[in-house]
Design a protein around this ligand. Structure first.
Ligand SMILES: O=C(O)c1ccccc1NCC(=O)[C@H](O)[C@H](O)COP(=O)(O)O
Length: 198
């Protein structure tokens, strides 16, 4: 079994190509307010050559249904990633996979976690790392995508201690906020793939 790798917050074609060439399984485009924010039209252009085995993820945070419908119509993502409660008010067709975001501090032992979920801290895209010990307990309850503060330097250890289904990175593979660095993307993927899984 290998760990799913998502490179998030892509804003230019070179970064998309770097993620695909490195062997990423998913590429994320941020539509929320962020230094990485792109329009649905730009994301559609950036993702036009993404091969079918790489999932194209629409990353949002508290969108209105109208904002989501615009992204759905123009970008046609494979996956919608947004805070778990957002899904209550969004019309998401069955063909779009859901990656609800659960945030550290808001999850307890009693929280009903879905089959697949993303787990991170309060502030997306800021390099904020979660408690891996706690994350490991939640990772046993479903297909967790671990996010927040991962980098080429720590992703191997993160995978080996948390055992998530997937990992997600953004700021640590950038040269500046919103500017992805192809060499850092490649290094992250190599490090993630080198993790020893039981
Ligand atoms: O990346 C953003 O700026 C962002 C803004 C608003 C909502 C979500 C956002 N990113 C979501 C991601 O999936 C990031 O990859 C994740 O938060 C990890 O970020 P980082 O700690 O920088 O690796």
């Amino acid at each position: 079994m290998t760990t799913m790798i998502k490179i998030c917050g892509l804003t230019d074609k070179a970064a998309v190509t770097a993620a695909i060439d490195a062997g990423a399984d998913a590429v994320g485009f941020v539509f929320a307010k962020s230094p990485r924010q792109v329009t649905a039209a730009v994301a559609a252009t950036l993702a036009s050559d993404v091969p079918a085995h790489v999932q194209r993820v629409a990353v949002m945070r508290h969108p209105s249904n109208a904002e989501w419908q615009e992204v759905l119509a123009r970008f046609a993502p494979d996956v919608l990633q947004t805070d778990a409660d957002d899904f209550l008010q969004l019309d998401v067709p069955a063909k779009v996979e859901r990656w609800p975001v659960y945030r550290e501090g808001a999850v307890t032992a009693d929280t009903a976690l879905p089959a697949t979920f993303l787990y991170e801290g309060s502030n997306s895209g800021t390099g904020e790392r979660v408690d891996w010990g706690l994350a490991a307990t939640y990772a046993r309850r479903g297909r967790m995508i671990l996010a927040g503060g991962l980098s080429a330097a720590n992703v191997t250890a993160a995978i080996e201690s948390v055992a998530p289904w997937g990992v997600d990175v953004s700021s640590a593979v950038e040269s500046a906020p919103g500017m992805k660095d192809p060499a850092k993307i490649a290094a992250f993927v190599i490090a993630a793939k080198s993790a020893k899984l039981n």
